[in-house]
Structures are given as structure tokens and as C-alpha cells.
Design a protein around this ligand. Structure first.
Ligand code: SF4
Length: 462
């Protein structure tokens, strides 16, 4: 039986604090290559129609009005509307090309707008994008649909919140990061508590069913006390979910981060104290720790999905709708259809040129083999449900788990000794201490991990 309890063990965290994948996919994007062609993607997408499984759509809007210095996303900071119009024209063309591949009978049960800043789009652009999606795909109109959007509080008004519900969105995630004025100044993202409070009220009145807050720890000038204040303010607003991310300072990779004074970044011990305090405060306030960076109220869909076996890791982190094929639209986005992952060009210029030349903007990806699929399921079980029962898994996948993964089970020995997992003849159960080190446990089953040329390409586990 998996546990909802989580235990912060400083000594263990220090010992295991290395870099590792977040497993939003397995194999991870580092394994994607140009061997996967546009034609492979097309063949696979068309073949997926025989399964008839519903669709999940992801739409990437890369534009932002200002630069948040900590940002590591694929975004374009601009006020140039011509540039935006050009991108939207190409995105519409991609929507048409992609929709030609899928049967109209396949219902879009899940839709997610990410970025950048999806709410960068004005009312006309937002309406026309939704109209385009509705023309091209069969969007679910029932109460069960999960249509979510990432919202930058600085870019929306009460009116635009109502527009989002009118267009069908019923879940939103708000980028909060930190409420402290000095921290906001240091990262160039200023938004007041009052603004966010009225936005949350307006969203509830407009009928949003789920509100999620994104916070970041490890930002410049944060302290345990200042972040505690942010948490208390946020908890008072009672969002359904929290995603609390660790800031990774990689100024050599993300130019904007060079604007951050490295001396202002909290020391690793302080970051760990902040994390410990965050877990304590959120769980004391009634939030259930889902795993990695996610917390949710007991009646939230993520908690329900964890209980009923429909939770998954995908490119948004934890998500429901494990049964859907994911069609991703827009620059840098990653589709997951059947046994294929396919990523669009990561540069807007190339993305647009490919579409203008009449081709899908797919640049790389991977067709996973049977071994990848098995390992992906092992990793999903461990990261979503904190346990794996050998016989059950073996029956479902027609293997003898102990025999197939004998080497990996052997490697789990030291983790069991350190009490990250309970390992016996029946299975693997992650302990409350191991729940904060999920990726270290999952890495044991990653057959590519040993061949990574550069471990620095992954973020730190904590
Ligand atoms: S954090 Fe969000 S709003 Fe800020 S620059 Fe990055 S994508 Fe844009």
C-alpha cells in the first residue's frame, strides 16, 4: 500500500543530492534524435487512429511582455505584434496539418495552453485560436473536460478570466513564485498579493474548477522566514494545488539568469531548510504530497488519480488522462503518440520556415522499443504510486519481473539499506524518506543513465 506521508531526512538528501532526470518522459528528451523523421511521425499518428484513444492537446505560446530573470523556458520577450501574428499564422497552419492526421471521432478530453505566457494573447487572438482548434479537432464540451491554461497574474483582468471560462477553460495555474517584494524586485517579476487575491476570487466566481499556484524556492534574497510568509499568504487563498519548484541557477545556459546576483542566492543549507519548512506547512495545511514538486488538496483530481491508477508523469509534471495520445502544437513542444515521442523545432525561425515550406515542424524524437516501454511503466509506477508489485507488473507485461530486472533489483540493495525503499520478494515500496528522492530510485531502471555524456544537463534532484 503506497503512503501519502513524506519524511524529510537531511542526511539522506545530502548524500543523494545529485543531478537526475525529472522523468516527464522515458526515455528523456536527451535520447531524442533526428533519426525520427516527419514521415515516421505521420505514419505513427495515422496508425494511432486504430486505437481510437482520446486526445490531449498541448499548445505552446512562447511570448512574454517582460523577462523574469530566473526563467529557463522557451520564450520570446517582445512587444512586436507583427512577430506574434506571424507565429500565430504558422501555429494555425500547424493545427490544420496535425488535425489532418487524426480521426475527428477522437475526442479531445484534455487541453493545456503553456508558454511563455499564454495570456499574452489578447481577446481577438485567444478567441480565434480556440475557434481554430474547434474547427480542427473535436473538443470535449462536457463537464468532464480538463482544459487548463497557465496564467501570468500581471496579464489578466477579471474580464479576461471570464473570457477564459467562456472559451471552455476550467482549470488554471497561476505563476506566483514568491510574494516577497525584495525577491520580486531581484527577479524582475512584480505582482502584489492584492492582485492575486482578486484574481483568485474572480476565477472562483467565473467557475474555474481547479486553481494551482506555482512557487519557486532558491530565488535570490529568499530566507526561510520570507518564504514562510509567502506560503502562509498563498495557503490562505486555498488553491487546489501547489507546484513548488527548485530554482536551478545555470547562467551559462540561460542568459537572463546572469541578471541575478549569485551572492543573493540562498546557500544550499538554507534551500533545504526552505524545502523542509514548505513540506511541513503544506502538509499541515491539509495538502497531500503527490510526489516531486506537487501538492494537492484531498479532493483534487491528482489525488483521486493517484488512488485510482490514472496518474501519470508527462511534460506538465504530474497529470491525469494517462490513456490519451498527446498532440503538441507550437515551437519546441513534444507530442507523445503511441510509441513515438516527437519534438518540434526549438527555434521559432526554423519552426516557421518548416511550416511555410508545407512540412510539419518535427525535428527530432524517438520511437520507443519494448524495453523502453517496460522501463517507462516501471518509472511511472514508482513516481506516481510509490510502489511496484513484481507479480502484478509481470502479469500485466508478460514478463518475469525478478528475472528481467535482476541487475536493477541488485542495484536497489544500497537504497533499501538507506531506507529509501522497502525491498522484498514481492516488490518495491517507497518509504516516506524515499519519496523526496524519487528520481534517484527511478534512475536505477533507466538504461540510458550511464551513457549520458554530461550529467550537468539534468537539474539537481533537490
Ligand atoms: S517565467 Fe514565464 S512570464 Fe517569466 S519570462 Fe519565463 S515564461 Fe515568461
Amino acid at each position: 500500500m503506497s503512503t501519502d506521508t513524506v519524511c524529510f531526512d537531511l542526511d539522506l538528501i545530502r548524500r543523494y543530492d545529485g543531478r537526475g532526470p525529472r522523468y516527464t518522459s522515458y526515455p528523456t528528451a536527451l535520447q531524442f534524435s533526428e533519426d525520427l523523421t516527419v514521415q515516421n511521425y505521420i505514419d505513427n499518428a495515422q496508425a494511432s487512429n486504430t486505437s481510437g484513444v482520446p486526445l490531449s492537446l498541448y499548445v505552446h505560446i512562447p511570448f512574454c511582455h517582460t523577462l523574469c530573470y530566473y526563467c529557463g523556458c522557451n520564450k520570446i520577450v517582445t512587444h512586436n505584434q507583427e512577430r506574434v501574428s506571424k507565429y500565430m499564422g504558422n501555429l494555425y497552419r500547424e493545427i490544420e496539418m496535425q488535425s489532418d492526421l487524426f480521426d475527428r471521432a477522437r475526442l479531445v478530453e484534455q487541453l493545456h495552453f503553456g508558454g511563455g505566457t499564454p495570456t499574452y494573447l489578447d481577446e481577438v487572438q485567444m478567441r480565434s485560436l480556440l475557434a481554430k482548434l474547434r474547427d480542427a479537432f473535436t473538443l470535449d464540451t462536457s463537464e468532464q473536460r480538463q482544459f487548463s491554461i497557465e496564467v501570468d497574474p500581471r496579464t489578466v483582468t477579471e474580464e479576461s478570466i471570464h473570457l477564459l471560462t467562456e472559451l471552455g477553460f476550467n482549470r488554471l495555474s497561476l505563476g506566483i513564485q514568491d510574494f516577497d517584494a525584495a525577491v520580486q524586485e531581484a527577479v524582475n517579476r512584480k505582482q502584489s498579493v492584492a492582485e492575486v487575491t482578486s484574481l483568485v476570487e474572480a476565477s472562483r466566481q467565473a467557475g474555474f474548477r481547479s486553481i494551482s499556484f506555482d512557487l519557486i524556492y532558491g530565488l535570490p534574497l529568499q530566507s526561510v522566514q520570507s518564504f514562510e510568509q509567502t506560503l502562509d499568504t498563498a495557503i490562505e487563498m486555498r488553491p487546489d494545488r501547489f507546484a513548488v519548484y527548485n530554482y536551478a541557477h545555470l547562467p551559462q545556459r540561460f542568459k537572463g539568469q546572469r541578471m541575478i546576483n549569485a551572492d543573493d542566492i540562498p546557500a544550499p543549507e538554507v534551500k533545504l531548510d526552505i524545502l523542509e519548512n514548505t513540506i511541513e506547512r503544506l502538509t499541515a495545511a491539509g495538502y497531500i504530497y503527490i510526489g516531486m514538486d506537487h501538492f494537492a488538496l484531498p479532493d483534487d483530481e491528482l489525488v483521486q488519480a493517484r488512488r485510482n491508477g490514472t496518474l501519470q508523469r508527462n511534460f506538465q509534471g504530474y497529470s491525469t488522462h494517462r490513456h490519451c495520445d498527446l498532440v503538441a502544437l507550437g515551437v519546441s513542444s513534444i507530442s507523445s503518440i503511441g510509441n513515438v515521442f516527437a519534438q518540434s523545432s526549438v527555434t521559432t525561425m526554423e519552426y516557421e520556415t518548416l511550416i511555410e515550406n508545407g512540412t510539419l515542424p518535427i525535428r527530432k524524437g524517438i520511437a520507443v522499443d519494448d524495453d523502453d516501454l517496460l522501463r517507462a511503466d516501471v518509472i511511472q509506477s514508482l513516481m506516481c504510486y510509490d510502489e511496484l508489485i513484481f507479480d502484478e507488473f509481470g502479469r500485466e507485461h508478460d514478463i518475469d519481473f525478478r528475472e528481467y530486472f535482476a541487475a536493477e533489483i541488485e542495484k536497489l540493495g544500497p537504497l533499501a539499506k538507506d531506507d529509501l525503499i522497502a525491498l522484498d520478494a514481492t516488490g518495491i515500496r517507497i518509504t516516506p524518506k524515499g519519496r523526496l528522492l524519487l528520481r534517484n530510485i527511478a534512475m536505477t531502471f533507466d538504461r540510458y543513465i550511464g551513457i549520458e555524456e554530461n550529467a550537468n544537463r539534468f537539474s539537481k534532484a533537490i
